[in-house]
Design a binder for this molecule. Structure first.
Ligand SMILES: Cc1cc2nc3c(=O)[nH]c(=O)nc-3n(C[C@H](O)[C@H](O)[C@H](O)COP(=O)(O)OP(=O)(O)OC[C@H]3O[C@@H](n4cnc5c(N)ncnc54)[C@H](O)[C@@H]3O)c2cc1C
Length: 502
């Protein structure tokens, strides 16, 4: 097939975007149905440059090990409710199994190119927060997922886990939990490796520099994506019975083009991000952890500060943030300042105004964050690392999250921080909006998409067997006490394959 000859093309599935979501869906579909023709269309000249790129997210393998925002509620008797942390752990386990299979099958390269062991630590200050963390630890460590979680309110112990936290810190009540088996993940590297494999498969094509400008139904109930192909300097169209809009911040505009009834009233609210980054080997060497604290003031859950070890392209650095920033762009590289105004339609204006009126604290928080100086940012960093010096840190842009705003929320004016999967009534289209916990749970998210849009790929006994080769625990609830033994067997095998402590 001469790729250059095409201006009109037919495929079995169009995947828009080259981030972790489309790449994971593409490989899973091809593994389940090797005959499928799949076309991936990416606006940028290179693959996965937006939210999935290494520096555009925090690279935390979210498994509920350290994120205090997953345990905000308490039971009636005062115990911390840890059910969300348990759910996220199970979802991340699916991702680990998929990546382990990828390595075994030669789809992914050596594990250290995309996943590295980094301890996950939760860190709190004040007597009240210490009591909260102790209760959280009691609840979590009673579950087999978190049996290895350690707690300490002793300065020396915390210092041994993460020396920067205590260096220069005055006497005050502090506590931390630590799980040695946490991870740092380069989701961009995974997406690019998955897509390299997909592009080499019969009937599949990954097309960078192809921005989808229109998405419409055809008279035969298929979808036609029209895109501008910058490499060929031409317009081309791809038609398929199934389309996945994994365009991150670009998804909302495409849904509006597709004129989906469910997208009526849907709006987007972009929140930019920035990190402080340190490359000084002496400081980097001292910290080997992802340390999550509590959300400050009106900060949304995804703006909870953390001090992280990152491993990108084999190089270790430290990252602190995120600092939220005010933007009207929906994408970092491919976005335009007109993205937000262009997304406002008569049908979503009421929802957007409701959100504006109902979230004044959030708006004030974003404005305050957006006007921060380096001194303000260093003050936030010193809450974690009291001895931090400005000359060791530089500011880097993170990705942009476009939070979904839905009409169905009535008067509530809710900003959705989670990932929203939207499907057309006939399930021929699926789209992702929102970001958290995002990349870590990409495998569970795309399994849900397949279950809704291509259930035929999951029912057949042969395909179920195939799925269990890829995801051994598929269909098993690992959360129950009865699954504990089986879980530890699978977990050990998965981590061994991924060169993680096991
Ligand atoms: C600051 C920040 C920190 C985060 N931290 C974490 C974390 O620690 N752990 C975690 O698990 N998750 C984290 N996330 C969430 C995670 O990054 C996202 O959930 C995930 O990367 C989304 O992947 P995606 O494939 O949907 O989107 P993206 O990676 O954004 O990919 C979308 C792609 O679509 C392309 N595109 C857009 N419009 C078009 C168009 N019209 N035509 C063709 N292509 C188009 C874009 O160029 C882009 O390549 C974080 C996100 C942010 C912003």
């Amino acid at each position: 097939m001469n790729k250059a000859e095409f201006s009109e093309q037919f495929s079995d599935a169009i995947l828009i975007g080259s981030g972790i979501m489309s790449s994971t869906l593409g490989v899973l579909l091809k593994q389940l149905a090797p005959d499928l023709n799949i076309t991936v269309l990416e606006a940028a000249d290179h693959l996965s440059p937006e939210a999935s790129d290494g520096w555009h997210n925090a690279g935390t393998g979210h498994a509920g090990l350290c994120e205090l925002s997953y345990t905000p509620d308490r039971h009636a008797d005062g115990r911390v409710n840890v059910s969300k942390a348990i759910d996220v752990f199970q979802e991340f386990e699916m991702s680990l199994q998929f990546w382990a299979h990828g390595v075994e099958a030669g789809i992914l390269k050596a594990p250290t190119t995309f996943i590295n062991p980094v301890a996950h630590v939760s860190f709190v200050r004040s007597a009240e927060q210490v009591a909260f963390l102790r209760s959280r630890h009691e609840q979590l460590s009673a579950h087999h997922f978190f049996a290895d979680m350690e707690f300490s309110d002793e300065r020396d112990k915390i210092s041994a886990w993460a020396p920067l936290l205590t260096e220069g810190r005055p006497a005050e009540p502090i506590a931390a939990t630590r799980v040695a088996g946490g991870t740092d993940v380069d989701f961009g590297a995974i997406a690019r490796q998955l897509l390299d494999w997909l592009d080499a498969q019969e009937g599949c094509e990954v097309c960078p520099a192809c921005r989808v400008t229109n998405l419409q139904r055809t008279p035969t109930e298929s979808w036609r994506a029209t895109c501008h192909d910058r490499l060929r300097g031409s317009t081309r169209s791809v038609t398929a019975p199934f389309v996945f809009v994994g365009a991150g911040g670009g998804s909302l505009h495409l849904l509006q083009k597709a004129d989906l009834p469910d997208a009526q009233g849907l709006g987007g609210f972009p929140v930019g991000g920035q990190w402080l980054v340190c490359d000084d080997p002496e400081i980097v060497e001292k910290h080997d952890a992802k340390v999550y604290g509590q959300a400050l003031g009106a900060a949304p859950t995804m703006a909870v500060p953390h001090l992280d070890t990152r491993v990108i392209d084999g190089k270790r650095s430290l990252l602190f943030g995120p600092f939220a920033s005010w933007t009207t762009k929906f994408l970092h590289e491919q976005g335009r300042w007109t993205d937000l105004p262009r997304s406002i339609k008569w049908h979503n204006l009421p929802s957007l105004l409701r959100v504006g009126a109902g979230n004044l604290d959030l708006i004030r928080y974003l404005m305050q964050q957006g006007t921060q100086s380096m001194a303000d940012r260093m003050a936030a960093l010193r809450e974690f690392y009291p001895s931090a010096q400005p000359e060791d840190w530089r500011l880097e842009d993170a990705g942009i999250r476009v939070q979904a705003i839905k009409k169905s929320d009535g008067k509530a004016g809710i900003v959705h921080y989670g990932t929203e999967v939207l499907t057309s009534a006939d399930n021929t289209m699926a789209a992702l909006l929102g970001a958290s916990p995002g990349a870590s749970t990409s495998v569970q998210i795309v399994l849900d998409v397949i279950a809704r849009c291509r259930p035929d790929l999951l029912v057949d006994g042969r395909q179920q067997n195939r799925l269990r080769q890829i995801l051994p625990s598929y269909g098993v609830d690992l959360r129950t006490p009865e699954s504990a033994t089986q879980f530890s067997l699978w977990a050990r095998a998965t981590r061994k394959q991924l060169a993680l402590p096991h």
